[in-house]
Design a protein around this ligand. Structure first.
Ligand code: PLP
Length: 410
């Protein structure tokens, strides 16, 4: 039997506990959706206000040089690189994850030779599949989908140009072994693209050591960059000379301010850029990345697994009778930083939870998703969230029609 007191003791001994102070968490709120939108770091408003009032306001266009706005994509990329296990010069911050996927997949397909298959998973995040569907149609390639990690590896062959996967499944939270799967793909002669949307800032990554060719991910999830924050793109040093995305804009030009009518690709990671960086969004993301200052990803992972383990244990202990089914892997090595719980009334139950200050989200058709971001979630939050869930199911308060109306964003 776990008790709330035991969980409170874990908080007392938690080396990451003080990091919670870096965030604004609204009162009476347990925020279990930082995997979709990280909460606001307390330092964001003052920093963004400074960029608006003093830089944009006072220094106007001279800020591109004076405040080094022009190098924000590179500067933020270097700040992020250690979280990805990437040596300098391989990460840039730009555009959205969808757009960055278009860039890296088009660049991978440009060097495909006779190979014509992009291999992915049927359960991959839809935008990844949509971007791939558009690109394969433009070059007489096909998108082949397998159901599981093992089936993906088994489907690799001499036709596979690119293996494109998301490390942490957005629904179940299942975690791929990047090292193992990438090695199998490389043995089959394919390039690998990893989407790290639900990994960056939650799971320790070693992109260089794992010899990942290309990777992308979001700035607004565990990296706390704010709604619609720019995304990131990683291009392995070894692939950079061959990296030529279909989307080529002037920020990827060797000398943008020559205004040369002919495109000439820049060297290095700048090739992953397209146009003018969104400075205000970048400013918020820069502060988001700083919430990881002094934090080791190994600590983050240890706490993340402890949180998700406790959540599953307390859920079973307190809510065993309500027909909820945990669909996330029990095995720590196969689990990201979220727990997915299946129930036919998942949508209404999540609305009822949110109305009581426990914020998770719903993923169609029947999943309640709970994200555990170790920088600001406490062990007592695990207890209190489950206690709220227990109350909702014991009283069936989710039956209220108020909770059944579907909003546009779930
Ligand atoms: C959240 C998420 C995205 C989102 O892409 P955007 O372009 O930012 O909308 C893409 N891929 C995965 C795997 C995600 O989880």
């Amino acid at each position: 039997m776990l008790t709330r007191e035991q969980l409170a003791e874990r908080d007392a001994g938690d080396a990451l506990a003080p990091v919670r102070e870096r965030f604004f968490i609204p009162p009476a709120t347990i925020y279990l959706d930082g995997n979709s939108l990280g909460p606001m770091p307390r330092a964001v408003p003052a920093h963004v206000r400074n960029v608006i009032e003093n830089q944009w306001g006072e220094d106007l266009i001279t800020s591109w040089n004076r405040h080094d706005w022009v190098n924000m994509p590179k500067r933020l990329g270097e700040k992020l690189a250690p979280l990805l296990g990437a040596a300098p010069g391989q990460v840039a911050v730009a555009d959205s994850t969808s757009v960055n996927l278009f860039k890296v997949l088009s660049a991978a397909l440009a060097v495909r030779g006779q190979r014509s298959v992009v291999l992915s998973e049927a359960g991959n995040f839809p935008t990844d599949l949509y971007v791939a569907q558009g690109l394969v149609a433009s070059c007489d390639c096909t998108l082949k989908l397998a159901a599981t990690s093992d089936e993906v590896v088994a489907a690799l062959d001499e036709d596979t140009a690119v293996l494109m996967l998301t490390q942490v499944d957005f629904r179940s939270g299942e975690l791929h072994d990047i090292a193992r799967v990438s090695e199998a793909a490389h043995e089959a002669g394919a390039l690998v693209i990893w989407d790290l949307a639900h990994s960056a800032g939650a799971v320790p990554l070693q992109l260089d050591a794992w010899q990942v060719d290309l990777a992308i991910g979001c700035g607004y999830k565990y990296l706390n960059g704010g709604p619609g924050a720019p995304a990131f793109v990683y291009v392995n040093q070894a692939f950079q000379a061959r990296f030529q995305p279909l989307l080529q804009g002037w920020f990827a030009h060797a000398r943008p301010f020559d205004f040369d009518p002919q495109f000439v690709a820049a060297d290095g990671i700048r090739r992953a850029l397209c146009g003018t960086p969104p400075v205000l969004s970048m400013a918020a993301l820069e502060v988001g990345l700083e919430t990881f200052d002094g934090v080791e990803m190994a600590q983050v992972r240890e706490k993340s697994l402890a949180l998700t383990d406790s959540f599953m244990a307390v859920l079973q202990q307190e809510c065993g009778d309500y027909g909820m089914q945990i669909v996330s892997p029990r095995e720590p090595a196969r689990r990201g930083s979220q727990v997915a719980v299946k129930h036919p009334d998942a949508y209404a139950a999540m609305q009822a939870l949110i109305a009581r200050g426990v914020i998770g989200d719903f993923r169609s058709p029947d999943i309640m998703r709970f994200g555990f971001a170790p920088l600001y979630i406490r062990f007592v939050d695990v207890w209190d969230a489950v206690a709220t869930l227990q109350e909702i199911f014991a009283t069936r308060s989710y039956d209220d029609p108020l909770y059944r109306a579907r909003a546009e964003v779930t």
